[in-house]
Design a protein. Structure first.
Length: 362
């Protein structure tokens, strides 16, 4: 029996339990999870497409037929969830007609809650294996969804459209965006891509991770980066807006920037602390200088201008500091109240079946 076992050892039919793996075996073991994932994703996935909109009647009339054709080419199982964020034009009427078409579902919010809330409403309602998010202004081409699916089938959990250049934007908007992303990425452990927006595909596990975050101050670009996962960029050139004007005026962009900075960074508080320490140190040095001059030379009663300018400077810095602290307190106040992100007025149409939706219909 020992002789037979020895022969099997030589022939390679038996291996010790603790025998070290060869280099080829280690490579195969490491590569097998990715290979298995790629094999699992070869079939067409069930696709959910989430579109937030606000007063986009004319654009939706062009986008939805194109989107239906593009999704049908990618998969036999798909749904389009359009979230009406309190439109005041004929958008609800247009969406009511589209909700009668199989695969289209319309969620109408009770008022305008903002794009971040509308995106969250769509993510909570979708049931697809992968979720595609895009705008309703015709700047995100539906034809790019096929490329998204291809990258997902290669094993990537997130596929996002990367904008090539900002030549169509104003000088102020380009440089303001550059400054904002430089500030938000200065000290974070993750990086928010300045060339990536909401036009992206996400695997179901990424969507579940986003929905598990309880915060109400939802800066979606920061949340995409915070949850992580394996992402890949798809370069594209955005089309021109077909109809209407963008609702993101400079004031709204500044407000969105403040939301992002206060939600993901604390450096404004640290800057205020550093500024206060610097001024205190300078005042201490200047006070020592004046004391030395007085004992050495004496000096007349003077310095009216210095006193007034100094008081104005310190008062301005104090008010600025209170404002920065107030921004963070306002965010804390909003979180503590615990109000819902949105209120649904109407949910019509039929998308992909889910257990929750079947129970609700019963």
């Amino acid at each position: 029996m020992n002789r037979s076992r020895a022969q099997n050892d030589v022939a390679g039919d038996w291996s010790a339990p603790n025998a070290p793996m060869s280099a080829v075996s280690r490579t195969s073991a490491c590569a097998s999870p990715q290979a298995d994932l790629t094999a699992q994703r070869r079939r067409p996935p069930a696709i959910s497409c989430v579109i937030p909109c606000h007063n986009e009647e004319q654009n939706l009339g062009r986008l939805l037929p194109m989107l239906s054709e593009a999704l049908t080419d990618c998969s036999p199982s798909w749904e389009v969830i359009v979230v009406d964020d309190g439109s005041t034009d004929s958008t609800p009427l247009t969406l009511s007609r589209w909700a009668q078409t199989p695969g289209f579902r319309v969620i109408q919010l009770s008022r305008n809650f903002g794009k971040e809330a509308a995106l969250t409403a769509g993510l909570q309602a979708c049931a697809g294996e992968v979720v595609v998010m895009m705008d309703a202004d015709m700047q995100h081409p539906p034809a790019l969804i096929a490329t998204f699916i291809q990258r997902w089938q290669e094993g990537h959990d997130v596929v996002y459209a990367s904008r090539m250049g900002r030549g169509d934007e104003s000088w102020l908007k380009r440089h303001g965006a550059g400054l904002f992303y430089a500030l938000i990425n200065a000290s974070a452990r993750f990086k928010v891509r300045p060339d990536a927006g909401d036009f992206r595909l996400m695997d179901r596990k990424v969507v579940d991770a986003l929905l598990s975050l309880p915060e109400r101050n939802r800066f979606m670009k920061g949340l995409y980066a915070w949850v992580g996962f394996d992402g890949v960029a798809v370069p594209y050139v955005p089309d021109s807006r077909a109809h209407g004007l963008s609702r993101f005026n400079p004031l709204r962009l500044i407000g969105l920037s403040l939301d992002g900075l206060t939600a993901f960074t604390t450096w404004p508080l640290r800057v205020v602390s550093a500024l206060g320490f610097t001024l205190a140190l300078l005042s201490f040095v200047y006070g020592g200088y004046l004391t030395a001059v007085y004992f050495l030379y004496g000096h007349d009663v003077s310095g009216w201008t210095t006193i007034v300018v100094g008081m104005m400077l310190l008062s301005g810095i104090q008010l600025l500091s209170l404002g920065v602290v107030g921004e963070y307190i306002a965010r804390i106040f909003a979180e503590v109240k615990g109000r819902p992100l949105f209120v649904v007025k109407r949910d019509i149409g039929h998308g992909l079946d889910t257990p929750e939706r079947r129970n609700a219909q019963q």
